[in-house]
Design a protein. Structure first.
Length: 178
């Protein structure tokens, strides 16, 4: 039966803006193997499948530094300290798109990559969204809001026009609600 490995030491190597890089020395429960492992400590995230009153999916387009590309995504963001995942979802939807909803449901939670990242991503469904506010982007955010039919979004994933894995995961959770 598998058991957790014993942590012998943990050392922060780098504290960056969006993550901390930590090296952990761990040993198998039987003491026969020991190694150094890289772990990224990140804040937890939220992603939102937000539909307006015409059942159009509200999406955002923005430049992403990791891929050096413009990416079409779900509204999303980081859960601030002492903030619930739902409150973060409501805040991010309003900040990034100007939309808000009174009809919210958590539809899934994932560990984005447990091999070396320690956070979770919660997915929320927001129905009957209305444009209620002006957008309020973070300093480095430049975002466009776009509305799509759900089938069109699925086709863009199949055609490799949407490559963000969390969009596909969000659609998986949504499709399995019905």
């Amino acid at each position: 039966m598998l058991k957790k490995w014993k942590e012998l030491s943990s050392k922060e190597i780098l504290k960056a803006h969006v993550f901390r890089y930590i090296q952990k020395v761990r040993q198998t429960p039987d003491g026969k193997k020991e190694g150094t492992f890289d772990v990224l400590h990140c804040a937890n995230w939220i992603n939102i499948l937000a539909f307006d009153e015409k059942n159009q999916l509200i999406m955002v387009k923005q430049y992403r530094h990791g891929t050096d590309e413009i990416s079409l995504e779900l509204p999303a963001g980081v859960i601030d300290p002492n903030e619930s995942a739902l409150d973060a979802a409501k805040r991010e939807l309003q900040e990034e798109t100007g939309y808000s909803s009174k009809n919210w449901q958590e539809i899934g939670v994932l560990k984005p990559n447990p091999a070396f990242i320690d956070n979770t991503c919660s997915f929320f469904l927001a129905k009957d969204c209305k444009k209620t506010h002006e957008t309020n982007f973070d300093y480095f955010e430049e975002i466009e809001t776009h509305l799509y039919d759900l089938d069109e979004v699925k086709e863009m994933i199949r055609a490799k026009k949407i490559g963000h894995s969390l969009v596909a995961c969000g659609l998986y959770f949504y499709d399995n609600l019905i």
